[in-house]
Design a protein around this ligand. Structure first.
Ligand code: KG4
Ligand code: ZN
Length: 330
């Protein structure tokens, strides 16, 4: 049994967690930055980096105390090394290097996307490779065939905005504030998804890529006409995203008969309407559907610790010279 400390700071959540190789989350803490960024309607990178500096060390002390262990009990330190906002990534990675060096433990530099990609295996011990993954977050929208630790084949990506980005921009233009995804989901509950006709970009095309920029512009145009309420606009937007995700995933499912399951991960996977539609799609294709619990969908330290545990078990550690990478495709 090994114990891994995981650090996450690539966007607007500062997080630390202790996870062991038996899939026990010994402790996890997440500090959001809503108060700092909400006056601006989105994440301000400089403010985010400073907030990570203030919060990360106390969070690490907090999870060690919660779990009743010391740094000496940890087998490796895992930290997000990219992709993300470079100031924040540097804060987490440098902190991870310092802790690893001070305690004489190995460092595992984790790709944030790999954190999301492997997170469903933390809570579902039966999830075996290969699986088809829909990774939907604020920065990414991809379909990946996950065949093992470090073995990811990208089948599709977005040609413009990520799904979460579309939620965030739509929330902003509807005056729903930041963070946008949960706000749109809440507003959509009281709306009629058929009340506003919106496009389904790329639906019907043969490659399973995504596009959301046109959808967001269509919401902006519909909102400017003033004929529809915010709830109907939010519901129609959310339904259009659901339809795009389902249509594109259907193509990937057909192309991956070897997949043991259809899996969704990333912040947008916290959306109830999306989870319901993807569950149905998986069952249509005779696949098991796996989605992490909501707390594990949005950014957190446990997914980084778990990816660190998987990499550590595979003998994949990094030296202290490893660089932070703002862009880092899986
Ligand atoms: O994975 P994540 O926490 O950070 C990134 O790696 O980007 O994802 C954040 C994204 C944001 O765009 C946020 O609006 C979206 O996930 N999100 C949601 C929901 N909760 C978070 N989108 C739709 N519905 C939600 N309930
Ligand atoms: Zn993320």
């Amino acid at each position: 049994m090994t114990l891994i400390l995981g650090l996450e700071s690539s966007c607007d959540e500062t997080a630390a967690a202790l996870v062991d190789s038996e899939r026990r989350v010994r402790a996890h803490r997440v500090a959001g930055q809503e108060a700092e960024h909400s006056p601006y309607g989105g994440v301000v990178p400089e403010i985010a980096a400073r907030a990570h500096v203030d919060r990360l060390a106390p969070l690490v002390e907090g999870v060690l105390a919660d779990a009743g262990v010391s740094l000496a009990d940890v087998d490796a330190v895992a930290a997000t090394a990219g992709p993300g906002l470079i100031g924040g990534v540097m804060v987490g990675l440098v902190t991870g290097k310092a802790l690893a060096h001070a305690a004489n433990k190995p460092l595992v530099a984790v790709n944030h996307l790999e954190g999301h990609a492997l997170s469903p295996r933390l809570t579902d011990p039966d999830l075996a490779f290969p699986y088809l993954l829909l990774l939907v977050s604020g920065g990414h929208c991809q379909l990946l065939l996950v065949s093992g630790v470090g073995a990811y084949r990208r089948l599709a990506t977005t040609i413009d905005d990520a799904a979460g980005e579309a939620f965030d921009k739509t929330a902003k233009l509807l005056g729903l504030g930041y963070p946008g995804g949960p706000a749109v989901e809440r507003a959509a509950r009281d709306g009629d998804p058929r009340a506003v006709p919106l496009p389904r970009p790329l639906v019907g095309s043969t490659e399973p890529h995504f596009s959301f920029a046109g959808l967001k512009s269509a919401v902006a145009r519909a909102a400017a006409l003033g004929d529809h309420g915010v709830a109907d606009l939010a519901a129609a937007f959310q339904q259009a995203v659901v339809d795009c995700l389902v249509d594109r995933s259907r193509i990937a499912l057909a192309a991956c008969p070897q997949a043991s399951a259809f899996v969704v991960a990333g912040g947008v996977a916290a959306n109830g309407a999306i989870r319901a539609a993807l569950t149905e799609l998986a069952h249509e294709h005779g696949k098991r559907f796996v989605a992490p619990p909501l707390w594990l969908c949005t950014d957190n330290g446990a997914m980084i610790a778990w990816a660190g545990a998987e990499r550590f078990a595979a003998g994949l550690t990094d030296d202290l010279g490893v660089a932070a990478r703002p862009r880092w495709p899986l």
